[in-house]
Design a binder for this molecule. Structure first.
Ligand SMILES: Nc1nc2c(c(=O)[nH]1)N[C@H]1C(S)=C(S)[C@@H](COP(=O)(O)O)O[C@H]1N2
Ligand SMILES: [Mo]
Length: 376
């Protein structure tokens, strides 16, 4: 006698479970994951550059676009992944659960795929919504699991290619198998609509045209000087040191150390630049900055534009207190040690007494409350 479960795969007759629907949603999901993966790798490489990596300082808005795509495709993937799981969950009731070693492997790879994909989307979403609840391990883990997710997607697509081919060949006719509910086309439309709503509701954080319609365009709270703040002076523990009248900028080069008061920095040639803060969390916003261009500052201390510069913040603890400005950026006249923002003295939360603002860089590298520069 053979045991059979009370519900089997063939009991799910809704059109949304057809192979054509699964394949189409899978295709959209694959495109989103591919764009999300490539833009994520890029962002990771900019923040942790391997020796072969080179990233230009122009176009100034490029990182803003690639990171915007990263977050938008990640958000679009959430409704798509839910829809994908919906279309295939009857397979969980397939009998027998394991038909062969190959089948067991396939099921295992799908489990790894689903788990890693959900993990990536969930951690990414929390990050966007809450500004680093896990400050330290998040980026490393998100990066590592991305490889697991993409690896298992590649295996999954390779295994399913014959099925996908034939399923995409048929038209999603409105007369799906009987079983009630939405037609195939209706289910695809509903999925597309949910995806569009998710994107429009959040993309305003980075797409200026959508700012007014995006209900959920998360950013880090109040916006002094018309720019959101990520990490306040109080949060960074620099309220006292940043306002200390004894503050001096220390610049170290191969042949000695120079210090500058804020007034002395103001007396150096001043440069204006329109540059965005493009946060890795996906929000971005353009602002007007004024301060000392890095090439001018380097000339003033007898160093060469194009030399690498280490930037140390007054902030003592945290992941972004020491950053490196590569030569491409120290040679770019738009890279500033900024003293003013949108026509006013830089506010304490935006990095007073001075901060780095450079073109085509992630927000995490735009170091605030600069204490010292070391020319390498
Ligand atoms: N010292 C220091 N600089 C920092 C940070 C920080 O936590 N500490 N956060 C960075 C991040 S993640 C972003 S997005 C930008 C935000 O700049 P804003 O607060 O002026 O908009 O500052 C960057 N500079
Ligand atoms: Mo950020």
């Amino acid at each position: 006698m053979r045991l059979r479960p009370p519900v089997g795969e063939s009991d799910f007759k809704a059109a949304s479970h057809s192979a054509g629907v699964t394949a189409r949603i899978g295709l959209w999901l694959g495109v989103c994951f591919a764009v999300c993966f490539v833009t994520g790798l890029l962002s990771h490489a900019i923040q942790h550059p391997p020796s072969w990596f080179w990233w230009p300082s122009r176009p100034a808005q490029l990182y803003r676009v690639t990171q915007g795509l990263h977050v938008v495709t990640g958000i679009a993937a959430i409704p798509l992944l839910i829809a994908k799981v919906w279309t295939v969950y009857p397979k969980l009731f397939g009998w027998p659960p394991v038909r062969s070693p190959a089948h067991a492997l396939e099921r295992l790879s799908i489990f790894v795929l689903s788990a890693s994909a959900f993990f990536q989307l969930a951690t990414g979403l929390f990050n966007v919504a809450q500004n680093y609840p896990w400050n330290f391990y998040f980026p490393g883990l998100h990066y590592a699991v991305a490889w697991v997710a993409v690896g298992s997607i590649v295996v999954h697509v390779a295994v399913k290619l014959p099925v996908v081919r034939s399923a995409l060949g048929e038209k999603p006719a409105d007369d799906g198998p009987s079983g009630g509910g939405l037609s195939r086309r209706g289910f695809l439309r509903a999925t597309g609509l949910a995806t569009g709503v998710a994107v429009v509701a959040t993309a305003g954080a980075t797409v200026p045209l959508l700012r007014k319609v995006s209900a959920l365009s998360w950013q880090s709270g109040p916006a002094p000087q018309k720019l959101p703040v990520n990490k306040t002076a109080a949060g960074a523990g620099v309220q006292l040191s940043a306002q200390d009248p004894r503050w001096r900028l220390t610049v170290t080069t191969g042949h000695g150390t120079r210090t500058f008061t804020r007034d002395q920095l103001k007396r150096l040639p001043q440069t204006d630049a329109e540059l965005p803060i493009a946060c890795v969390e996906g929000w971005s916003q353009q602002a007007r900055w004024r301060g000392v261009a890095l090439p001018d500052l380097l000339h003033a201390v007898g160093a060469r534009p194009g030399d690498e510069v280490h930037v140390q913040s007054l902030q003592k603890k945290g992941a972004y207190t020491l950053t490196t400005l590569p030569g491409e950026h120290t040679a770019d006249p738009s890279t500033l040690l900024a003293l003013e923002l949108n026509g006013q003295t830089l506010s304490l939360d935006h990095g007073y007494p001075c901060r780095i603002i450079a073109p085509n860089r992630p927000g995490v590298l735009q170091t605030k409350w600069v204490d010292s520069l070391e020319v390498r």
